[in-house]
Ligand binder design. Structure first.
Ligand code: ZN
Length: 514
């Protein structure tokens, strides 16, 4: 009798837990909606009011999510064998709720508030310091922010066998360890350096002058929208708007917002930005956000690395390929009033696959991009360890750019002040950019094995089979598996740098006549 009674009540507790988490998730999605508006259409004068709205929503979300009742219900569900059966969906949800709940309750509210306030101030100082290219002006704010971030990491706790930095990394790439990332990054760094040097010494740079031809923003928008529609982005459940810094916000079921930017003399920037954000958006649209897992971890993306693998796949593996341009070049000419009529397919493909070390990460090409990321990973890890004093940051930065990319950094604006991340405490975030590239490359090889005529489909502007593969192997799982499990399930192998190197060899060397 008691067993029956217990079973009759516990699923009810799961239903109650789900209900509470859905409410918390709804508060979060309202916050995301306000955030999107702030970056797109909000009038400047609304900034102070918006900050107040955002802070209130963040606090309400935190209160709901860390409600002791959530903890009680969670514990009750965890002790129910029917809910926690190994491999079940409910067990996966409970495991991930526990992860989030413990994290959210480990960091005291005062520290959360102080991080938010100091981060907002530090970001403001960073903007001014960057404009003046004056690192000394930013240093005290960064010092304070690093101190607070280290305190947060201490509250979260060092994972077993790990280091303090791992506690921060875990927020973005659950279960990843800095030492494991380093073990993949270091050999990749050496191979990339050798690759870039080889291209520089033995290759002939492709013609790229036609890439800066003047093309109207309206023409670029029409072309980008046509491409995104073909890729499978559901405009009935999403939008594409314009911002300074492109992003994607999968704010709710049926509501995924993409943003891009248009410059009249750089159509490729708009296209690659749109395809990148579309990759994030397709992942968001493929998560099971409505139905039984709504508001639960199984309806959420697994990690930033996997998220970035989706964006980089559509941006680079599809969007810089010859089969893609066989379809897209005539389409572009139709929308660009024939502005590229004299550019042939080989020239276009080559121009999309350049390799030139440069100063700015977000403007860098595919082969050099990961070196920018590795430099940041090394520096932020050293800052958290206490091995690098803040005042020595510009020197360490400039030395790394000289040794890895062979370039002199002329000023801090184009050096260590270029990224916003550290100003508001995003530490442990950078490595996920390169993990995304590595995951994308490895998935891409498996996809091409399993869809042998992928190139032929791409040449016709058909992307349905590719999207179905991603839906099946990545999107629909949400957080059911960890990122590395997901990769291994889909590709049969643990993460390796080999596929990315093979991809770069195939793409870049032909562009340089090698
Ligand atoms: Zn991205």
């Amino acid at each position: 009798m008691t067993t029956v009674a217990a079973h009759a009540t516990l699923p009810k507790q799961y239903a109650r837990l789900t209900e509470m988490l859905r409410e918390a998730d709804t508060l979060k999605s309202v916050g995301a909606m306000l955030g999107w508006d702030q970056e797109t259409y909000m009038p400047a004068a609304a900034a102070p009011a918006r900050a107040g709205q955002a802070a209130l929503l963040a606090r309400l979300h935190h209160e709901r999510f860390t409600d002791p009742k959530v903890g009680e219900l969670l514990a009750a569900c965890e002790s129910d064998p029917t809910l926690s059966a190994e491999g079940s969906e409910t067990a996966a949800n409970l495991r991930e709720i526990r992860r989030d709940y413990d994290k959210a309750t480990k960091v005291p509210g005062d520290l959360v508030a102080e991080l938010a306030r100091t981060g907002s101030e530090a970001q403001d100082v960073w903007k001014k310091a960057r404009a003046k290219s004056d690192f000394a002006m930013f240093a005290p704010a960064l010092e304070k922010m690093i101190g607070l971030t280290r305190r947060k990491a201490e509250c979260l706790g060092v994972p077993e066998g790990g280091e303090l930095y791992d506690a921060l990394l875990d927020e973005y790439e659950p279960d990843a360890r800095a030492a494991e990332i380093e073990a993949v990054f270091n050999p990749l760094r050496d191979r990339l350096s050798a690759f870039i040097a080889d291209v520089k010494e033995n290759g002939t740079p492709p013609k790229t002058d036609f890439m800066s031809r003047k093309i109207s923003k309206a023409g670029q928008h029409a072309f980008g929208t046509a491409v995104l529609t073909a890729l499978g982005f559901d405009f009935n459940a999403g939008r594409l708007d314009t911002t300074t810094h492109p992003f994607c916000s999968g704010m709710a079921a049926g509501d995924t917002r993409l943003t891009t930017r248009y410059e009249e003399d750089n159509f490729a920037d708009a296209l690659t930005s749109s395809m990148h954000e579309c990759g994030h958006g397709l992942y968001e649209q493929g998560l099971p956000k409505s139905g039984p897992h709504a508001g639960m971890p199984l309806a959420d993306s697994v990690s930033l690395g996997i998220h970035e693998s989706q964006s980089r796949m559509w941006e680079n593996f599809v969007g810089r390929s010859r089969p893609f341009w066989k379809w897209a070049l005539p389409l572009a000419n139709r929308h660009f009033d024939g502005a590229l009529h004299d550019v042939d397919l080989d020239a276009m493909t080559a121009a999309m696959n350049t390799c030139t070390p440069s100063l700015i990460r977000v403007e860098s090409d595919e082969p050099t991009y990961n070196l920018h990321v590795m430099i940041r990973f090394g520096i932020e890890r050293a800052m958290i360890r206490g091995d690098l004093a803040i005042k020595d940051l510009p020197g360490a930065w400039n030395d790394s750019y000289k040794s890895l990319l062979g370039i002199d950094v002329p000023d801090d604006r184009r050096g260590c002040l270029q990224d916003v991340h550290w100003s508001f405490g995003l530490i442990g975030y950078f490595p996920t950019y390169s993990l995304g590239n590595l995951y994308a490359a490895q998935l891409w090889e498996t996809i091409n094995d399993q869809i042998p005529d992928l190139d032929t489909q791409t040449e016709k502007g058909e992307f349905g089979a590719l999207l179905t593969w991603l839906r099946e192997n990545i999107h629909r799982h949400g957080r059911r598996y960890t990122a590395s499990q997901l990769c291994e399930r889909a590709t049969g192998k643990p993460l390796s740098a080999d596929p990315l190197m093979r991809h770069l060899e195939r793409r870049v060397k032909p562009a340089y006549g090698m």
